[in-house]
Design a protein around this ligand. Structure first.
Ligand code: HPA
Ligand code: ZN
Length: 335
């Protein structure tokens, strides 16, 4: 099963690029930018990655992002992630970035996006990985700040396919961002939102109704509403589930308790993703392996996660067909 999962073509739809900053690169960037860190080594930093909930993770994650300062830093960050994708047979990835985490520290928007975009272009030409970029608003910040971020993004519209919503779900419900999401849609952006990770099933319902989303990020608390479950099956609204993240942030106690396989078997359009792999203990292959170690599945069921992700992705129909054929071919030939 390990070899089957390793070789399976994969599509990632829920990855925060700042969450792929490994301690070793963080130390290298801190040195390059002459910053001092409150840890003596990457190993010591990695040991601090024990979280009680989403907020305890976010505090450390935003601290780590301070090491990112120049366009080259954002390039190096993104390139390291793409090399990791290549090893995991990730053929397409849709990457989140959090501009406010950087612009609030005085790093210009163009420094952030140009560094990330240059690496994504190179990932396509040198590694054959296709990609899209999604800009997230930080939900703990104000609506006005989100609107200002949307305005800052307009000159870079050709590089950004959609907008999303991340950071602290508790206390910052979807309706806070209904207006800015409407503005983003009027500018031609697609929309997604984190919902039902720590927050209730109602946040999923409200994100669908008020934010016009094409996908739900996480969404695992949908099981708390039978009506919502029926709607998700009927509409085939995709869920970008992040198994290792959910264990690290204690959304579930252990992988055996995770509901992703139950959701798959009930016919929801669930996908497997890594979220913040540098912090949560693994990239795409690790996430697939963790789920399949805890839940017995057939090859076809495992491959269904990739097929669902291809259908849920923001690529054109011709490329979707090409990628689905690649997965079917793999299923025919893999032993
Ligand atoms: N949830 C909310 N915000 C985030 C996450 C997450 O899993 N990762 C990075 N920002
Ligand atoms: Zn996330």
């Amino acid at each position: 099963m390990n070899a089957f999962i390793q070789g399976l073509p994969k599509v990632e739809l829920h990855l925060h690029i700042e969450g792929s900053l490994e301690p070793e690169l963080l130390f290298k960037l801190a040195q390059r930018n002459t910053l001092s860190l409150p840890y003596s080594s990457p190993e010591e930093l990695r040991k601090a990655y024990e979280f009680d909930d989403l907020q305890s993770f976010l505090d450390i994650y935003y601290q780590g992002a301070n090491a990112l300062q120049t366009e080259q830093d954002f390039f190096d960050l993104t390139w390291a992630y793409l090399e990791r994708c290549h090893r995991d047979n990730v053929i397409h990835t849709e990457v989140f970035f959090d501009p406010q985490t950087h612009t609030d520290r005085g790093i210009p928007f163009d420094v952030v996006i140009n560094g990330i975009d240059r690496a994504l272009q190179q990932g396509h030409s040198e590694l054959g990985i296709s990609s899209q970029l999604i800009m997230c608003f930080l939900r703990h910040l104000s609506e006005e700040a989100a609107i200002a971020t949307l305005e800052a993004a307009l000159p870079f519209k050709d590089k950004i396919i959609g907008v999303g919503l991340d950071s602290s779900e508790q206390g910052h419900p979807p309706e806070k961002f209904a207006r800015v999401f409407k503005m983003a849609q009027q500018e031609g952006f697609l929309t997604v939102a984190h919902a039902g990770e720590e927050g209730p099933a109602q946040n999923i319902v409200d994100s669908i109704e008020m934010l016009g989303i094409s996908r739900i990020d996480h969404g695992v608390r949908c099981v708390e509403s039978d009506a919502l479950m029926r709607e998700l099956i009927e509409s085939q609204m995709p869920l970008t589930v992040c198994p290792l993240s959910n264990i690290k942030l204690k959304v579930f106690d252990k992988m055996e308790d995770h509901n992703i396989v139950e959701l798959l078997r009930k016919g929801l359009a669930v996908t497997i993703n890594s979220d913040d792999p540098a912090y949560f203990g693994g990239y795409m292959t690790d996430n697939f392996l963790a789920v399949s170690d805890a839940h017995k599945m057939s090859h076809r069921e495992i491959a269904q996660f990739t097929l669902n992700a291809i259908n849920a992705s923001f690529i054109d129909e011709a490329l979707k067909e090409e990628y689905k054929n690649k997965v079917e071919e793999y299923l025919r030939t893999a032993v």
